[in-house]
Ligand binder design. Structure first.
Ligand SMILES: [Zn+2]
Length: 180
C-alpha cells in the first residue's frame, strides 16, 4: 500500500467543512447505528453507486465503542466492507468519508490519496449536493490536498496521440516548405 501522506491534510480540510455543515444542519446526523445501516444499504443498492464503484454486497457497521477514530475496511475479497462509527462520528460527512474508503481499493492507492479524495468528492456531490462538493473542494485547495486522478492513457489513446503528433509535424513541415 502506498504511504498515506495526505491523511492529516484531508482531516484538516474536512474538519473546516464539517463544522459549518453540522452547525447549519445541512447534513443528516443520527446517533442510531441502525439508521446508518439502512442508509448504507440504500447507497449500495443504488444504480449510481454501482455504476461508479462497482458492486459491493454489504457493509457491516460496528459501534466503535472504546475507539477514538471512525474506520473503514474493504473485506471479503473486495465484495464487502466494515465501517466502525464511534458515537461522535455518526453524521453524513464521516459516514460518506468512510464509505469512500470502502469504494476505493486500499491495495493500489494510498488511503487518503488523490483517488480517495476524487471518490469522496463525487460521493459528497451525489448524496449531499453540489454546494457541499464545491465547499469541500475549496477546503481541499486551502490545505493543498490533491484529488485529481493521474491520467493513465490507454495504449490505443497513446497511439492516436502519436499519429496526431506525426500529422501535425508533417503539416508544419509542408507549411514551411510552401512558405519557402
Ligand atoms: Zn479516512
Amino acid at each position: 500500500m502506498p504511504r498515506d501522506n495526505q491523511r492529516s491534510k484531508v482531516y484538516l480540510a474536512e474538519t473546516d467543512f464539517q463544522k459549518e455543515y453540522v452547525k447549519e444542519h445541512k447534513i443528516v446526523i443520527n446517533k442510531d447505528l441502525s439508521f446508518w445501516d439502512g442508509y448504507l444499504k440504500k447507497v449500495l443498492q443504488s444504480k449510481w453507486f454501482q455504476k461508479h464503484f462497482g458492486p459491493i454486497e454489504t457493509i457491516r457497521l460496528k459501534d466503535g465503542k472504546g475507539t477514538r477514530n471512525a474506520k473503514a475496511m474493504r473485506i471479503f475479497q473486495g465484495r464487502g466492507g466494515i465501517i466502525s462509527l464511534p458515537l461522535w462520528s455518526r453524521d453524513e460527512i464521516v459516514v460518506l468519508h468512510e464509505l469512500s474508503h470502502v469504494a476505493v481499493s486500499y491495495f493500489k492507492n494510498a488511503p487518503h490519496g488523490p483517488e480517495f479524495c476524487a471518490a469522496y468528492l463525487k460521493i459528497v456531490k451525489h448524496f449531499i449536493g453540489t454546494e457541499a462538493e464545491n465547499e469541500l473542494k475549496m477546503s481541499f485547495k486551502e490545505k493543498r490536498v490533491k484529488w485529481r486522478k493521474k491520467k493513465t492513457l490507454s495504449l490505443d489513446t497513446l497511439e492516436k496521440l502519436r499519429q496526431r503528433g506525426k500529422q501535425l509535424a508533417a503539416a508544419r513541415k509542408q507549411e514551411i516548405t510552401e512558405r519557402n
